[in-house]
Design a protein around this ligand. Structure first.
Ligand code: HEC
Length: 148
């Protein structure tokens, strides 16, 4: 029943844009768990670890991207995280057409803000948005991750 509803919504959206009645030809391979392990978790780690204040016995290290390569790396991983939100919305991964979509959208919104912060080389914003991304993960896990 859930799958049926999602299919209708998707077909409706496509009909409005371009391709008529045929479902799109994509074929999702990873399940939600695989997507978390393969894309979401590693990509978010790069974003979170890019900015930090580290206290050691020798003093304080302000970690942040400095070279073009380092900034590009953060940007690229923020982009993976953003697009992973879209992948989560695709059937058969989407668990429903309501809250699941909202939670996935939160991931898209926060990760794309990190992408823009990396493009602007804005360290403070990158740090702040890291917390917002963390909330987006938590909000979905609380509801949809059994045994969380
Ligand atoms: C739209 C929902 C949703 C969002 C957003 C989401 N997750 Fe998940 N995540 C899940 C679900 C559902 C599971 C449980 C998957 C299963 O065990 O079948 C899960 C499981 C995981 C796991 C455990 C995978 C394993 O090895 O069992 C990790 C790690 C994880 N998520 C990381 C993250 C991080 C980091 C973020 C945010 C950057 C995030 N997730 C955002 C839904 C989400």
């Amino acid at each position: 029943m859930r799958t049926y509803t999602l299919t209708v919504v998707l077909a409706g959206a496509l009909g409005a844009t371009a391709c008529g009645q045929q479902p799109p030809p994509y074929k999702p391979v990873a399940d939600v768990k695989g997507l978390m392990q393969g894309i979401v978790d590693p990509a978010s780690d790069v974003v979170w670890e890019s900015v930090a204040t580290i206290f050691t016995k020798d003093g304080v290290e302000e970690r942040q991207p400095r070279t073009k390569e380092e900034w590009d790396n953060v940007r690229n991983h923020a982009m993976m995280l953003t697009e992973a939100g879209n992948l989560l919305m695709m059937p058969p991964r989407a668990k429903d057409g309501g809250e699941w979509m909202k939670r996935s959208q939160e991931l898209i919104d926060s990760a794309s803000a990190a992408l823009r912060a990396a493009e602007a080389k804005n360290v403070d914003e990158l740090y702040r948005i890291g917390g917002v991304i963390d909330e987006a993960c938590e909000n979905c896990h609380k509801k949809y991750w059994p045994n969380y």
